[in-house]
Design a protein. Sequence first.
Length: 194
Amino acid sequence: MMNWTDLLQHYGYFAVFIGTFFEGETVLTLGAYVVHQHILHFWPLILTAVLGSFLGDQLYYQIGHRYGTDFINKRPKLAEKFKQASIFIQHSPTLTILLMRFAWGLRTVLPVSFGIKKYPVIRYMFVNLIACFIWAFVIISIGIQVSLWLHKFLKMILPFHSHLTIIIAVISCIILIRFAYSLYMKYQTKQKTL
């Protein structure tokens, strides 16, 4: 019978690939914790995250390119986000690609929007590859540092801490940050409508 450490050793990179293909931060932060525990390695984790996020973004780009505005119009929530994404793309397309992996709430619609707007695919792929590397490097580096701090903190307050406790603490931090960000975005939206 395998424990969670064995599962991460055998399937960790594959899990990171799947997680980053669709979204990313949570699985990448957990991956950073596993790097801190010396189960996975820093550079292979980054390369896996870059590959997963890059291929996911290319899929969303192709959906926008092939199915265009019909895809967006059938989804009212995406249509609203598409308007917002279009503004960013129009003003600064290269910067938008570089930062889109950090744009919670717009991450899926931005690549779709680039596809709808027929942004040159080769340029999109090149800039997006750089963006995926920056994103993976930043998230993993921060995740390793947070894991280190949490590990030290829990060691001070809990004489018998476990890996599960640290994982729960990391996930709690991610959820808290996402919740705070969503509150901030709702506040920004209300300010714009006033």
